[in-house]
Design a protein around this ligand. Structure first.
Ligand code: DGP
Length: 114
């Protein structure tokens, strides 16, 4: 989708600090980090949100999780732990309509989230 922010980042039309680049996913640093490690993992192909996911997306979803693990390892938080967040819809403060997994780490996080 040419008017989608994250599609444009994946297509290298907009700059981003890329952390990992795999066959079906792309990982780059969040522009407004809320933790020392804050990386977004997105599918290269446009999926609007987690609410749009179907069984046909199983492969790319699994790859998002393995990419997240590789990000955690590369960023040095695999052993200390990391949080994976998918925001869906307005109440969850979802702002970008392209599926993205937040990989957060490097500090102790509370539960439940605020
Ligand atoms: P969400 O609230 O789950 O929709 O998160 C969207 C995230 O995307 C938010 O943490 C900020 C980040 N973001 C928004 N615009 C850009 C951008 O242009 N570049 C990068 N790297 N991150 C962005």
């Amino acid at each position: 989708m040419t008017d989608c922010l994250f599609c444009r980042i994946v297509a290298d039309e907009l700059p981003a600090e890329v952390v990992l680049d795999t066959e079906h996913t792309y990982a780059f640093r969040d522009i407004s980090p809320v933790a020392p490690v804050h990386v977004l993992v997105v599918p290269r192909a446009h999926i609007a949100s987690a609410a749009e996911v179907t069984a046909a997306h199983a492969g790319v979803l699994a790859e998002m999780l393995t990419t997240a693990r590789e990000v955690a390892e590369a960023e040095g938080v695999l052993d200390t732990g990391y949080r994976l967040v998918l925001n869906v819809g307005e109440d969850a403060a979802n702002t970008v309509p392209h599926l993205h997994l937040h990989v957060l780490g490097g500090r102790r996080m509370g539960w439940p989230p605020g």
